[in-house]
Design a protein around this ligand. Sequence first.
Ligand code: SF4
Length: 186
Amino acid sequence: MNIRLAAPLQKNSIVDGEGIRAVIWTQGCIHDCPGCHNPETHDMSGGVVVDVEELKQQIKSLSEEVGVTFSGGDPFCQMVECTELAKYCHKCGLNVWCYTGYTYEKLMTMAKTNKDVLPFLKEIDVLVDGPFIMKERSFDVKFRGSKNQRIIDVPKSLKTGKVVEIKQYQYKERKAPEKKETNIYI
Ligand code: SF4
């Protein structure tokens, strides 16, 4: 089985999820978000074709990393291949984060007609969902580019049937600092 990648396996990332992580940069994305940072990853026939078994060997040899992040591109454009790799990550004791331009709700709708969606979701521990939206762009949110994107506990969401965001990363609108009364005595 082959997977199309935008870049070789990246090691030692500290910005693509919790802890030191390896990143699988998948090639291909249909969302075309204005302002996307990785437009070269959109072309479905771009990047390089890599043997999944070869990638597994690279995952097996990771030593510093606590987990693997699937990013891109959109990993949900290559669900079967990503499921196989995510399963292997778990077998190696590595947790799995995944970025997608789909919302969790959209994925659940897709799952009704596409048998590949749920098996992949079941191998994801944390999903960062939704498209990048330029007017929602924020430097206040960790591990994502815009405020609409959520960091979701997938096992809990699947169990309860509703989106369960990881509390510490939930975006809360910041209140403007209250104006302090200043007493000026003249
Ligand atoms: S989903 Fe991600 S890779 Fe795809 S267009 Fe949007 S920001 Fe770019």
